[in-house]
Design a protein. Sequence first.
Length: 275
Amino acid sequence: MNAPAKLFDLTGKAVLVTGAGANGGIGHALALGFARAGAQLAIADIDAEGLARTHTELAALGGTPVSVLCDIAAPEQVAALYEAIDLAFGRVDVLVNVPFYFPRRVKPHELELADWERMLAVNMTGYFLCCRQALSRMLEAGRGAIINIGSNAGELALGRGAFPYSATKAAIHQMTRELAVEYGGNGIRVNALLPAQTLTPGLREHLQTPRFRDHVLPRILMGLPQGRLLEPEDLVGPALFLASDAAAAVNGVLLPVDGGNLALNAGGSHAWPAS
């Protein structure tokens, strides 16, 4: 049996994190977290400036990252991303799918078809394209780990215009289960992390508006037994675990990283009534 430290060791692992630009939240935090754990990083993002900043931060940690500007909804760009990884590392040990597209909150009957189709392209097809490329390489190696970023919104309805986002995240959860079943016998594990509301740049922007801060935020906090919004860094430890040999028998799991949100009944509360 491996010593505990060895079980969690990611030294030298070739890890691809999509959506890793520094102007984002979770992907950026995960890229830095994997690098600090000793992994070799490949990063991708549609945002050139954010991608360059993350590249610089990873290089400062002593690595030689591969960074590729990539729209994961474009098959030819995803293929080019993996070709760059092949040249640099010759393999992909871990894939972390992070990006999502969510332009604006509207009632479902007001949702523009173009926005719906773009959300499907990024939030679902993009994950599939990245998984497909990774799986072909992991099958040759006889091992690998894929981590999809899902959401509590994919398990329970949020309302507030979240319909298309929630629907695509639910699809990612089922994609995770199906791929886990298909490839578990090939030494490939596929799991998902399900965060609750996380302090990404987009959410921080919402917090600047009085309506969100005064009316929506209190409702959100009522559903978080830990009493706080998540930080992107809260996802790092769980992701490192799922990527490591410590999770060798963990496959097809949707792991909530949500401060207890999914455990809380809609009529429940973590606040006791005044006596």
